[in-house]
Every structure is written in structure tokens, then in C-alpha cells.
Design a protein around this ligand. Structure first.
Ligand code: SF4
Ligand code: SF4
Length: 379
């Protein structure tokens, strides 16, 4: 059975505008449902929910279950490291926040700029080697949104890497920018087990265009989510599929799917090719709502939210031009919200985007779409 990992990146919040306001009642229920069904892998990171995800791991999982029954994955925020001494500081903070004692899986988070660190004489791999020797981490891996060539260079240079976490889903499989298929092939070439992130592309593959959904449903009555997970279950070498679950219904639904996960057959794979074409015809901005860009925006623009409105406006059979436009205009009326025209084109966000989006340019697209007389926009 392919394993379902509990991704702790999009936890339920009490206040949707406050990432740190974890709803522990809801989260505890979700964790209980997940563990009672025989699953035990929790994936957090230093930066998720502005540090509160690691605390949530402690409160909802470590404090309430036997540590030895739980598998904990945590991530070192490589992108934040500017000097060697930060490595210890951050790792100790992670141990303290989670109270995990050790990490079963420890990942270098979002590797894509290692040479930059090496140029500053920061030796991350010696640091993690020492952690492993001391029993503080059990398996070392890295997550990356970089291209296949970059990933291969790391694996060549660092055979001590035990596993790799990659963005793989059927929509990105042959995508030239994300390169899921090529990255997957590199991981297999070096015999590295794979943990899958973004299997539903940040929820994007849950609400596909109606035409694509109908195609899938008419063939076997299954939902787009089932098709997405079944696609992954047909790939060798995958040890875990992470799902960033947000409520107990999602946990229950996912468990049901994973308890009887059958790979897609050849006919279904052909249908999926058509589904990909339909989605690609309709997709406007390839944003997964990971929110990595938002913390670096000096203006405080909720980039993911604006892109989401834009995508819904563009997608076939969505509620419609006027509805999304009205939502945008109403959003702009609240003075604490920032909109596309507030972007100062500082470019700080672009390096942080795992999907390699040209965010400042897309901000112009959003502005041109919504901030017009058609919508009665007034700033
Ligand atoms: S380019 Fe625009 S959206 Fe990006 S960080 Fe700067 S102000 Fe924010
Ligand atoms: S624009 Fe990029 S970094 Fe920002 S939320 Fe979307 S995918 Fe993530």
C-alpha cells in the first residue's frame, strides 16, 4: 500500500488571516482519525505557519502519542541560512518546538541555491552528517523544485543523501518548468526513494474544469482526487505521498482512497492525457498557494489570493467574470488588503517561487483584468 503522509503546511486556522492561529480542536480530531487508520508520518518545516506548524506537531502529535510510534519529518530552511552558526541555532529551535528528540526524516528544504551557500563557506552537508552520527536525524534528504540537472548534480556530489522529496502530479509530469518526470527519473537512476509533495498541486487538481471532471467521472465514476492519487500509485520508488489536509473530511476521504489505491490502467492514462490538455488550455497562473512568496513581499500583498481570484475568473465554467471581479473590488475596499497595482516590482518574490512564476509580470495581468472600469474599479 502506498503510504499517506500528513502534510502540516495548510493546517486548520481559527482566523484565516492569522497563520499562527491553529485550530487545535480540529487538528486533534484530524490527527486522531489519521493515526487510528494506521498511518503515522507527519511532515512539518521550520517555516510552515510561521513556526507554529512545528509547535502544532508537538501539541497535537508528540504530546498525545508515543514518540516511537510516530515518524517525524522536519526541514532545515536552507534559503534562510547566511552563516554557519545559524545551522545549530535553527536545529535546536526545531528540537525545542517539536519536542521530537530526533527527526526520522530530515530534509534540506527547497534546495535550489546550494552554490550560493557554498560560496559563503557554509557547509550544510558536514553539519547534517554530524547530526546523523549523533542520532539526531535518522535519514537525510532534500526537497527541491529545481530542474532535473540541478538535482542530479546534488545526488552525484552527495551520495549520503538517503531520499528525495519532489513535486509530482499528473499535471506537472511533462511540464517543462517543473520537470516532474525528469526529476523522478533522476531520483530512480540514483536509487533514491521518493516522497511526493503537491500531489494535488496545492488543491488545484481538486477543482479541475468541468469538462475534465466529466471525462474522468464518465469513465469510472471517480473524483479528480482519486485519479490524481491513482496516477502516483502507478509509479515505482515512491514511499510516501504527502497531503496537506485541512479538515477531518479530507482526512477521511484520503484514507478511504489510500486503503484501496489501484494504479490507472492504460485507457485511464490516455484519458488523463486529455484531462491535462483541457486543464492546460484553461489554467492561467500555475500557483500552488504555497505562500513562500508572501513573507518576502515588502508591501504585504497576498499574492496567492490574488492569483486564485484570477484563476477562478479565467477557468472555464467558473462562477464568472463579474463574480470574481466583484470579489476583487470588494477585497480592494478593505484598506488592510493590498492589490496587484500596489506591487512595486521589487522582484523579491521571484526567487522564492517554486513554480518559477514571474510574479511582478503576473501582477500586471491581474491588475489589467480586474482593476478596470468593467468592474467599476476605483482605488
Ligand atoms: S515584486 Fe511585487 S509582489 Fe513581488 S515582492 Fe515586490 S512588491 Fe511584492
Ligand atoms: S506565487 Fe509561487 S511562491 Fe507564491 S504562493 Fe504561488 S506558487 Fe507559491
Amino acid at each position: 500500500m502506498v503510504n499517506l503522509g500528513f502534510g502540516m503546511m495548510r493546517l486548520p486556522q481559527k482566523n484565516k488571516d492569522d497563520e499562527k492561529s491553529i485550530n487545535y480542536n480540529q487538528l486533534n480530531t484530524m490527527v486522531d482519525t489519521y493515526i487510528k487508520s494506521g498511518f503515522n508520518y507527519f511532515d512539518t518545516a521550520y517555516g510552515y505557519h510561521k513556526g507554529e506548524s512545528e509547535v502544532a506537531l508537538k501539541k497535537s502529535v508528540i504530546d498525545r502519542y508515543n514518540r516511537s510510534d510516530i515518524i517525524v519529518a522536519d526541514k532545515l530552511p536552507v534559503y534562510m541560512i547566511n552563516k554557519q552558526s545559524q545551522l545549530n541555532e535553527i536545529f535546536n529551535t526545531q528540537l525545542k518546538r517539536t519536542n521530537a528528540g530526533y527527526f526520522d526524516y530530515y530534509l534540506l528544504h527547497d534546495m535550489g541555491i546550494l552554490s550560493d551557500k557554498e560560496n559563503k563557506d557554509i557547509d550544510i552537508f558536514s553539519f547534517t552528517k554530524d547530526l546523523k552520527k549523533r542520532g539526531l536525524i535518522r535519514k537525510l534528504g532534500f526537497s527541491s523544485h529545481a530542474d532535473a540537472e540541478y538535482i542530479e548534480n546534488i545526488l552525484k556530489k552527495h551520495p549520503e543523501v538517503d531520499f528525495i522529496q519532489l513535486q509530482i502530479n499528473y499535471l506537472d509530469w511533462e511540464n517543462d518548468t517543473i520537470q516532474s518526470h525528469k526529476c523522478y527519473d533522476v531520483a530512480c537512476k540514483y536509487n533514491k526513494p521518493i516522497i511526493v509533495m503537491e500531489p494535488l498541486k496545492g488543491g488545484f487538481l481538486v477543482n479541475v474544469p468541468k469538462k475534465a471532471e466529466k471525462l474522468m467521472h464518465d469513465y469510472n465514476g471517480q473524483t479528480p482526487i482519486m485519479w490524481a492519487f491513482r496516477f502516483l500509485s502507478g509509479l515505482d520508488n515512491i514511499i510516501m505521498i504527502l497531503s496537506g489536509m485541512n479538515n477531518n473530511k479530507q482526512v477521511i476521504d484520503n484514507i478511504q482512497i489510500f486503503n484501496d489505491l489501484q494504479p490507472l490502467n492504460d485507457e485511464e492514462l490516455n484519458i488523463l492525457d486529455e484531462v491535462v490538455d483541457i486543464i492546460n488550455e484553461n489554467i492561467a497562473i500555475n500557483c500552488t498557494s504555497c505562500r513562500y512568496c508572501i513573507s518576502v513581499c515588502p508591501i504585504g500583498i497576498d499574492i496567492a489570493k490574488l492569483f486564485d481570484m484570477y484563476n477562478h475568473d479565467m477557468i472555464e465554467d467558473a462562477p464568472g467574470y463579474t463574480v470574481c471581479g466583484n470579489i476583487y473590488v470588494n477585497y480592494s475596499k478593505d484598506e488592510k488588503n493590498h492589490i496587484a497595482s500596489d506591487c512595486i516590482k521589487c522582484n523579491r518574490c521571484t526567487d522564492r517561487c517554486p513554480q518559477h512564476l514571474n510574479i511582478p509580470k503576473l501582477m500586471d495581468d491581474v491588475k489589467n483584468r480586474f482593476e478596470t472600469e468593467v468592474y467599476g474599479f476605483k482605488k
